[in-house]
Design a protein around this ligand. Structure first.
Ligand code: 4LM
Length: 415
């Protein structure tokens, strides 16, 4: 780290924080410690490490030197005390829940969430004696009315996947604090470069590091950032004994490599998405564009307060609904039809049949998005090329944009 009296900026910390090349022969990049276990110089050393009375590594499910560098760096970028890197975003979310919520407790979650987070809360968690209820947190008063002494945890994504709804994190955090509930914010869509929920009062931030943090679509990973006390607990219970969702040292290395360009990539994702959102909104085949930077987004002012820029994710609804949406998706050439987000490549997917197929059609309607919704993860290609691809596919729609015949959406088990 450069010698300076001031705290280094975001980009500098994303490149240097918590790694001293002098300790590793001057190697510019940290070594990848591909080891499952670590030797002890005596029985007593091993016992002391297990008891938490001596520093040092034990076993890579609970800690690894490469992973530790990533964890320190993520904590620094999110401005939290400590972080835990996990094998996936779902591994992070489930480790947080299993560590901090128990039988008889209630979780209140925002109305729309990533499909598998929703599936966990709506379809499975009751088997462990935990109740999950959903409230529309675009109006924090709904949360104030619903929260009770049984509410142990509140979970929100802002902006939400897939329909770009926002929660006012500072207001929601204050409601949680007064009620004694923990606020968990999934910051995957924003990354700490665009939004820092801990500074707004959240207790815990979770990430799918598969997305913008890794940034290259070549890994699956997750992260939790919180107080040292919470991270120690989640590591020693959630990861060590409950779900075992530890990240591999190699994937930690890849996330570290991705972080070095996070701010540059996010600036580009945001700039291109902002222009595209306007272009899409102006097209006659488009019914509605969901993007917080548009004047038509009801929470634009909140987004401007809470986020540095408006992100790289766009959702849109076409005039012909589902059939037009499917024709549009089959008409693109540069954009890749794929789930996931935050990659260099522009990705386009259909939540109702893909990422959010965990919701039944009735649940989708109840939770605020239609079967016609299309989701775009705006990539790093040239703006003109992305624009021409998408607008060209919209221009091709012709009759499809007004077709009304329903196309079956199967409820399949997909990501
Ligand atoms: C997708 N998303 O949307 P892992 N939190 C959020 C997410 O979007 C995701 C996860 C957690 C998508 C995956 C196919 C807001 C995932 C879960 O996939 O377990 O790293 O993250 O396309």
């Amino acid at each position: 780290m450069p010698k300076t009296a001031h705290k280094p900026g975001f980009a500098t910390r994303a490149i240097h924080h918590a790694y001293d090349p002098a300790l590793y022969h001057g190697a510019l990049n940290p070594p990848v410690f591909l080891t499952s276990t670590f030797g002890f110089d005596s029985v007593q050393t091993g016992a002391d490490r297990f008891a938490g009375e001596a520093e040092g590594f034990i076993y890579s499910r609970v800690g690894n030197p490469t992973v530790s560098i990533l964890e320190s760096r993520l904590a620094s970028l999110e401005e939290g005390e400590a972080a835990l890197a996990t094998s996936s975003g779902m591994g992070a979310i489930s480790a947080v829940i299993w560590s901090l919520v128990g039988s008889g407790d209630e979780i209140l979650a925002d109305k729309t969430l990533y499909g598998c987070t929703f599936g966990l809360l709506e379809h499975h968690i009751h088997r462990f004696g935990i109740t999950a209820r959903f409230v529309d947190m675009t109006n924090p008063e709904n949360l104030r009315a619903a929260i009770s002494p049984r509410t142990r945890m509140v979970i929100t994504e802002s902006p939400s996947n897939p329909n770009m709804r926002l929660a006012d994190i500072a207001v929601v955090a204050e409601i949680c604090r007064q009620a004694g509930a923990l606020l968990v914010v999934d910051n995957t869509y924003c990354t700490p470069y665009l939004q820092r929920p801990l500074g707004l009062g959240a207790d815990i931030v979770v990430h799918s590091a598969t997305k913008y943090l890794g940034g290259h679509g070549d890994l699956i990973a997750g992260a939790v950032v919180a107080s040292r006390e919470h991270i120690d607990l989640i590591r020693s219970t959630g990861i060590k004994e409950l779900n075992g969702a530890c990240i591999s040292a190699f994937d930690a290395f890849l996330v570290l490599r991705g972080l070095k360009t996070l701010n540059l990539r996010m600036d580009r994702h945001c700039a291109t998405a902002a222009r595209l959102a306007h272009d899409l909104e102006a097209h006659p085949a488009v019914e509605h564009v969901f993007y917080p930077g548009l004047d038509s987004h009801p929470q634009k002012a909140l987004a401007e307060r809470q986020m540095r820029a408006m992100g790289g994710m766009i959702a849109l609804e076409l005039k012909g609904g589902l059939s037009a949406g499917r024709a549009f998706m089959d008409g693109v050439g540069l954009a890749t039809r794929a789930v996931s987000l935050g990659d260099a490549e522009t990705l386009i997917q259909h939540p109702a049949s893909m990422t959010h197929a965990t919701y039944s059609p009735e649940e989708r309607a109840k939770h605020g998005f239609t079967d016609g919704l299309i989701r775009l993860s705006v990539g790093l290609e040239d703006y003109e090329d992305i624009r021409n691809d998408l607008i060209g596919a919209l221009d091709q729609l012709g009759g499809a944009a007004t077709a009304t015949q329903p196309v079956a959406v199967r409820d399949t088990v997909h990501a």
